[in-house]
Write a protein that binds this ligand. Structure first.
Ligand code: SF4
Length: 156
């Protein structure tokens, strides 16, 4: 493990010691290294999935994700997202509702995965850095598209 990763673990662990978090953090009794997969190997991806699964059960996930994005935390799975997912999704806040909708549409597959994992709309909006109203409209649009697709398939 690199020094940078160790520093990130220690920083994340310090944040988790904040009493507002630590009492409820789902990762408090797990090995912190689980949350810092190194590289993109299959083993690292599996490790990230395991960490994300713990985040999905975490009652302070939104706070954790907000902290990770506000502080620009660069390493590790935090708030249910890997660093790459956070970089991609929150680097720039969309300037208009149209841009925010475009971001939701681009992240459609990711959003559908989150829905399957029962991630809340609040958490999804934080992860995407878009207003909840835009996310809600995007979800309605996805549902409409899916219904249309099912109708077409049924009629075929
Ligand atoms: S969201 Fe994940 S990393 Fe953050 S406190 Fe919860 S379990 Fe830990």
């Amino acid at each position: 493990m690199t020094t940078e990763t160790r520093r990130a673990i220690s920083k994340a662990a310090s944040a988790l010691r904040d009493p507002r978090w630590s009492r409820d953090a789902a990762c408090q009794y797990t090995d912190p290294e689980l949350f810092f997969p190194v590289g993109q190997s299959k083993a690292a991806q599996q490790q990230a999935s395991e960490a994300k699964a713990i985040c999905m059960t975490c009652p302070v996930r939104t706070t954790c994700l907000e902290w990770a994005t506000e502080t620009g935390e660069q390493f590790g799975v935090l708030g249910g997202l890997t660093q790459e997912e956070r970089w991609r999704l929150v680097r720039v806040r969309p300037r208009s509702q149209g841009q925010a909708m475009d971001r939701c549409i681009e992240a459609r597959d990711q959003i559908q995965e989150w829905r399957k994992a029962r991630m809340t709309q609040v958490d999804m909006a934080v992860a995407l850095n878009v207003d909840r109203s835009v996310l809600r409209a995007a979800l309605q649009r996805f549902d409409r598209d899916e219904r249309k697709q099912q109708e077409l398939e049924a009629a075929a």
